[in-house]
Design a protein around this ligand. Structure first.
Ligand code: MF3
Ligand code: CO
Ligand code: CO
Length: 254
């Protein structure tokens, strides 16, 4: 398989979808509060995405039963919205992927429920920095491996571990396209980035061990094997002639 180079028309369509995905995360800010269930967050997101003329990509994707992923505390990714009631001190990742006019936009971020511990807050800040460090490696001619090399180097220097069982990915025309964007890699390994490529960077960073296990009951929810916290941020990135454009960064988080 090869990495798609998107046309200008495709880029414009993907940019719109990415903006909607990012706006959905922003819209959810007011609803991610103690006492609300993850199912309620799912319902609010679902309706917002539909009201904006798009559909949620996760729904029925490989039989995923909901419209977004909600990953609480030790859940690394792919948490399935349900009856869980958010409580003070929880950390939550919401991952939104929209399909707008056939184009995909994919982004996720962390939310604090009320007051969180200093440890949880540090993990979230370092994870956000990992995404930023990965994004800085995005320019034509650079190799994909340098994204993971720099993320892993930084995360481990802070005493955290990097999840290697889930990766970033090409995105835009389909949900998951080539290449796989690993968040741990050898320096100068992998293919070269080229203008017009669009992919995600979505580091999952753990307090404890890097390994994950999938919930046997739902077949989706990935948790840390040691029950310690995990955090994740995700952006969809376009390679431009001189560097990159963050397609899901409408609020300029960094
Ligand atoms: N949005 C996730 C990603 O960043 C994928 C979710 S797949 C699902 O790649 F089926 F769980 F929705
Ligand atoms: Co993704
Ligand atoms: Co995602």
């Amino acid at each position: 398989m090869s990495i798609r180079i998107k046309t200008q028309q495709q880029i414009d369509g993907i940019r719109k979808s990415c903006q909607l995905a990012a706006e959905t995360l922003k819209y959810l800010d007011a609803f991610v509060i103690a006492g609300n269930t993850t199912d309620y967050i799912n319902q609010v997101a679902h309706e917002y995405i539909l009201a904006n003329g798009a559909t949620p990509a996760p729904l029925n994707y490989h039989k995923f039963p909901k419209s977004i992923c909600t990953s609480v505390n030790d859940v690394v990714c792919h948490g399935v919205p349900g009856i869980y009631e958010l409580k003070n001190g929880d950390i939550l990742n919401v991952d939104v992927t929209t399909i707008l006019n056939g184009y995909y936009g994919d982004t996720c971020k962390m939310y604090n429920i009320g007051e969180i511990s200093a440890e949880a807050s540090d993990l979230i800040e370092i994870t956000k920095e990992c995404l930023k460090i990965g994004v800085e490696q995005c320019y034509p001619g650079n190799r994909f491996g340098n994204i993971g090399y720099e993320i892993n180097r930084y995360a481990t220097s802070k005493g955290y571990s990097v999840v290697y069982e889930f990766c970033g990915h090409g995105v835009g025309i389909a949900f998951h396209e080539d290449p796989e964007v690993s968040h741990i890699a050898e320096k100068n390994s992998g293919k070269r980035m080229r203008e017009g490529m669009i992919f995600t960077i979505e580091p999952m960073i753990n307090q404890g061990k890097a390994r994950t296990k999938i919930d046997k009951n739902d077949g989706w929810t990935a948790r840390t094997i040691d029950g310690k916290l995990s955090a994740q941020f995700e952006h969809t990135v376009l390679i431009t002639p001189k560097g990159h454009e963050l397609l899901t960064n409408v609020y300029h988080e960094f």
